[in-house]
Design a protein around this ligand. Structure first.
Ligand code: HPA
Length: 245
């Protein structure tokens, strides 16, 4: 069984290079996953894949069952989980089409089922999230970027916002004052739940727009989709390499 799982986000309801073998509907204590967990091969190596927003991209960020998704991946045998993350760029290094492997998160989300310790089972564990991402997997992603000659920004703080609307310019100014470099809607509680489950989790972000107020005019879906298309092949190349190690 593979130990690598990939959670697809916007632009990645499917992994183009994945050779699908089968798909499992996994029962979880938390309800249904976003979609069945797909098992397949990438570059000849077995991986699991789960599209976070559902196979037809119907689930908005605040309605994703993050607990079920991560629990199911662990149940399938995943040990390492890469969360793909379309993001808005806030600080100058994070321009559209940049690939990034952030190393910190600030959580601005609310009202999401964000912990396994919800009072329904005995005990509470206060997991350490000083470094919210798995350094080993961050390193493996960085190495895969180097081997595939894909420029990448290592480090940076990802601000997880509630969505599904984009932010106001003032909200982005606040994120920037807080130290955020990137903004996205799904990084939390995915990262902290992975930690609660003992999974080695890293985010592989790709910037698809300047965040609100960081450029003239409004953010259009067309603009975002154009940048997803620019990033998709490069992200796929890195993941294909990552699958080998
Ligand atoms: N804000 C929040 N999430 C996003 C953005 C953004 O600008 N772009 C892509 N995901």
């Amino acid at each position: 069984m593979s130990s690598l799982a990939i959670i697809g986000g916007s632009g990645f309801s499917k992994l183009s290079a994945l050779v699908v073998q089968d798909a499992y509907s996994v029962e979880t204590p938390y309800g249904a996953t976003s979609a069945p967990v797909t098992r397949g091969t990438l570059n000849g190596h077995e991986i699991f894949f789960l599209p976070r927003h559902g196979a037809g991209h119907h689930l908005p960020p605040h309605l994703i069952n993050y607990r079920a998704n991560l629990w199911a991946l662990r149940k399938c045998g995943a040990k390492r989980v890469v969360g793909l993350a379309a993001a808005g760029g806030i600080t100058p290094r994070f321009a559209p089409a940049v690939l990034a492997i952030p190393d910190q998160i600030i959580d601005y989300t609310h009202g999401r089922e964000h912990t396994l310790y919800d009072g329904t089972s005995d005990g509470v564990e206060h997991v350490d999230v000083t470094s919210p991402y798995c350094e080993e997997l961050r390193g493996a992603l960085l190495d895969a970027c180097t081997r595939t000659k894909q420029p990448v920004v290592s480090g940076g703080t990802y601000g997880a916002t509630q969505g599904p609307r984009l932010e106001t310019a003032a909200e982005i100014q606040r994120c920037e004052r807080d130290g955020c470099d990137l903004v996205g809607m799904t990084g939390m509680p995915e990262a902290s739940l992975a930690r609660e489950l003992g999974l080695c989790y890293a985010s592989f972000a790709f910037v698809v727009n300047w965040a609100a107020g960081k450029t003239d005019g409004i953010i259009t879906m067309q603009n975002i989709e154009d940048n997803v298309a620019v990033c998709a092949e490069r992200v796929m190349a890195v993941l294909t390499e990552l699958a080998t190690c």
